[in-house]
Design a binder for this molecule. Structure first.
Ligand code: B4P
Length: 198
């Protein structure tokens, strides 16, 4: 059983790698970005609220995000482990997650930070904009999301480094190459299939 986080700037490959790790280890991948996008698509009140922030490249307020994560982490499928992708992103979210985990008497096994330089990230996200037309993938908004990562999420990374559960993984290279590095960085992974060895 593995309980882990993937943290990284927008475009570092969090979502891409989370899907592969989840498949390889047989654990639930929980992406706050994907949950928000599903609400936007479904036209729910939460989606209407979140969209204002996402389109501007801002973080959705902690009060909304934290409650959504608490609810998701109370579902049965996380009993056997989970991978949180894109949460926590602020110091307040770290404290909130600590509270959820402490109440269940569980701890995180590892926090993976995917790294890549800003110019590579902008290039990737502009590529995704061409492919998928995601509304927050235009250059001004991408640069704002990167600034927020440096200001608010790098302190989150530093907090986990102080707890000595942080492992940095170079996110530059082919997707398969990065997956191999990510899998190597997970302590004692019990794989459910050979999928992660691609
Ligand atoms: P996210 O969905 O998390 O968006 P993201 O940071 O851009 O990461 P994503 O996972 O999509 O991209 P990836 O790096 O995998 O968040 C979107 C928004 O939701 C946020 O801006 C915020 O408004 C809100 N939100 C989410 N979580 C929140 C929280 N905790 N608190 C508050 N607000 C929150 O991949 C990007 C691209 O790179 C893809 O096109 C992929 O194909 C490509 N790629 C990946 N790996 C590659 C590689 N090795 N080489 C080349 N290209 C690669």
């Amino acid at each position: 059983m593995t309980r882990m986080l993937i943290i990284g700037p927008p475009g570092s490959g969090k979502g891409t790698q989370a899907e592969r790790v989840s498949e390889g280890l047989g654990i639930a991948a929980i992406s706050t970005g994907d949950i928000f996008r599903a609400h936007v698509k479904g036209g729910t009140p939460l989606g209407t609220e979140a969209r204002k922030y996402m389109d501007a490249g801002d973080f959705v307020p902690d009060s909304v995000t934290n409650e959504m994560v608490r609810s998701r982490l109370s579902q049965d499928d996380v009993e056997t482990g989970f991978l949180l992708d894109g949460y926590p992103r602020t110091a307040a979210q770290v404290g909130y997650l600590d509270g959820i985990l402490a109440a269940r008497e569980v701890t995180l096994d590892v926090v993976l930070q995917l790294t890549a330089d800003d110019e590579e990230l902008v290039k990737r996200l502009l590529g995704r904009a061409r492919d998928t037309g995601r509304s927050d993938d235009n250059e001004a908004v991408i640069r704002h999301r990167l600034d927020l990562y440096h200001q608010q999420t790098e302190p989150v990374v530093a907090a986990y480094a102080r707890r000595t559960i942080l492992t940095r993984v170079d996110g530059i290279g082919g997707i398969d190459e990065v997956t191999a590095r990510v899998m190597d960085a997970i302590p004692n992974p019990s794989r459910v299939s050979a999928a992660s060895d691609r």
